[in-house]
Design a protein around this ligand. Sequence first.
Ligand SMILES: *Cc1c(COP(=O)(O)O)cnc(C)c1O
Ligand code: SF4
Length: 347
Amino acid sequence: MITRSELSVQSRAQISTQTISDFGCWQTQLAGAITSPEQLLAMLQLSPGLLSPALKACQEFPLRVPHAYIQRMVPGNPDDPLLRQVLPVGEECQHIEGYGLDPLAEQSQNPTDGVIHKYHGRLLLIVGGACAVNCRFCFRRHFPYQDNRLDRDSWHNAIEYIRSDTSIKEVILSGGDPLANNDRRLANIAAELNAIDHVATLRIHTRLPVVIPDRVTDELINWFARQRLQPVMVIHANHANEIDDRVREAMFRLKQAGVTLLNQAVLLKGVNDSASALIQLGEALFKAGVLPYYLHLLDPVHGAAHFDVPDVTATRLIQEVMAHCPGYLVPRLVREIPGRPGKTWIL
Ligand SMILES: *Cc1c(COP(=O)(O)O)cnc(C)c1O
Ligand code: SF4
């Protein structure tokens, strides 16, 4: 593993050969993710009392977390901010007024399979539903990916849709996690998009480089960073502890190849709902070459109400971050309101 101080003395070219970590290649790590709450609790030496609610909550939305991510959790701490993002808990089963199955009404903004066109000038391509990790707060935890995948036929329709609408300047690969696809498939998608003149930017929203940093392969850098479209990657990290040496190294390699790197976090009670947690996250991101972009208020999805942070608290937290940090380390506090052509800025 290459640390940051070593990086500064070593030539950048020398680190371009990718390191395969002790966990195996990324596909192996993806396939080997832990899905049994019993196993996760044992690995982290946590109370068996957590098991029965976890098993119940798993029936609605399974547990899924790879070893590389578990390794960053502190054993014996049931309140670990990384654990809280992935461990199913009893509160998820409560039905709370205002928390529904499709909070963003995305299922009605589907002009053709695999396409969500709700933002002006930007279009989301759902290139796959598989995620490396199941985040308990996920706004798409009930999204019908099975009906909405890009197979060969729907892919053709999606490309035609993009070609026929010259207002689309940016295509955003979304999921699930788009980087759960192999690089060959993604390179083919990028090649078709490159041939559409009015598209200028290709953006990937992904949590994979955070969850399994070995996903940032030379192959990924080759198709993504060396194409006509300007490459942007928005990673999704919510806590500074998620950003370890492996993540930093992966980010440096993307950055070195010319990829614009941004982070979108979700404000989550018990994970990052303090000014110090948000400041540390911003600093950790910056050290990895990533700028904080959005701090998203929770989408009201069934099963995630226990993560909610009230708007007044969120606003106060961002004001505290503003008082401590340079402007480029202050994320925009936003919320998604169904039917609006972009996010709504709160602060
Ligand atoms: C908000 C969002 C986008 C697009 O947002 P921009 O305002 O264009 O940056 C894309 N993907 C996800 C998952 C989002 O939450
Ligand atoms: S990685 Fe993203 S899409 Fe997948 S479960 Fe987590 S928040 Fe949801």
